[in-house]
Write a protein that binds this ligand. Structure first.
Ligand code: GLU
Ligand code: ZN
Length: 308
């Protein structure tokens, strides 16, 4: 069986070192298995996605030494490779799922349901029988089948969630017509023949939703590995406020991309700590790549910041 993996950036900003490390790991998993690597642009959010971000992200991934066999710039048999151009595929999938129209606003939902800070509240079922405000534009929610979904993550181990109880009926198409990430990613991974998903740990709690959707659509779900995120010193997800340089800044500063790759590889556990290699090209890591070396703990940011 050919291993097919992908990197699926959202063109909403610049790639930082955390994105780069995830991309490197996904690429290595595929190249080590002599598989096919797909680059898919997840530009579902029309407000935040920009073609110039896409161009810059692809350019910088190449600068790092990564390449892909299919993607928006190189083509391939399973395109288009931009989600903004795949609406018909999502509509066909949606038509096969049992959904209902929901006219609740985010604010209304926050008021009825309590939710952990930042997370979407569990949908309280307001519009299950009929939309609460028939005049409003409606989102479409999926009637999630009951029961626990479990999977064995290649890095994080066994993971289970009762989607109906812990997430509730989630949105597949927003009231403004935008497709939900959860639906698009499932449909696209299947359409593009993806067998192995390696992505950031922030998406692990979306995985049971995606497995359930794949099952309901009669699609084979890929296997999953969720790599730890690089965290800032405050323990939060890496972002601009941490002063962590994005790839553009490193490139503009004249940093050798092989230094960036060496630091990323070391922080992911791919290089022996005693190995003093300061410069490594991605292809030099293929022969020894072993996903089991990647730990569950995020690598320290401190090793990466002196790059700038
Ligand atoms: N587009 C998502 C992101 O940039 C990744 C989705 C995925 O890998 O499933 O965070
Ligand atoms: Zn509702």
């Amino acid at each position: 069986m050919t291993v097919v993996g992908r990197y699926a950036p959202s063109p909403t900003g610049r790639l930082h070192l955390g994105n780069a490390r995830t991309a490197l790991l996904a690429w290595l998993q595929v190249r080590a298995a002599r598989g096919r690597f797909v680059l898919r642009v997840e530009d579902l959010d029309p407000q935040r996605s920009r073609p110039e971000h896409e161009a810059r992200q692809l350019d910088e991934l190449r600068w790092l030494g990564l390449d892909w066999d299919e993607g928006p710039d190189v083509g391939g048999p399973n395109g288009p490779y931009r989600q903004s151009e795949r609406g018909e595929v999502y509509a066909a999938a949606l038509a096969r799922l049992d959904t209902f129209a929901c006219t609740c606003t985010r604010k209304e939902l926050r008021e009825v349901a309590s939710a952990p800070h930042g997370a979407d509240p569990i949908y309280p079922g307001t519009c299950r029988v009929a939309p609460s405000h028939p005049g409003r534009p409606a989102a479409l929610r999926w009637r999630v089948p009951p029961g626990e979904v479990c999977f064995d993550d290649g890095i994080a181990g066994r993971w289970c969630q009762d989607v109906a109880a812990e997430v509730g009926e989630f949105v597949l198409r927003r009231a403004d017509g935008a497709w939900a990430y959860q639906l698009a990613v499932v449909v696209d991974d299947a359409a593009m023949g993806v067998t192995h998903v390696l992505r950031g740990a922030d998406l692990i709690d979306s995985t049971p939703r995606q497995i359930l959707l794949a099952r309901s659509l009669g699609l084979t779900a890929p296997s999953f590995a969720h790599a730890p995120l690089i965290l800032g010193a405050d323990g939060n997800k890496l972002n601009k406020r941490h002063g962590a340089p994005d790839l553009s800044a490193l490139r503009a500063a004249g940093v050798d991309p092989r230094r960036v790759v060496a630091a990323l590889a070391r922080s992911a556990g791919l290089l022996n700590p005693a190995d003093q290699h300061e410069h490594v090209a991605p292809h030099e890591l293929i022969a020894s790549f072993d996903l089991r070396q990647v730990g569950r703990d995020p690598g320290p940011l401190v090793e990466l910041t002196p790059l700038a």
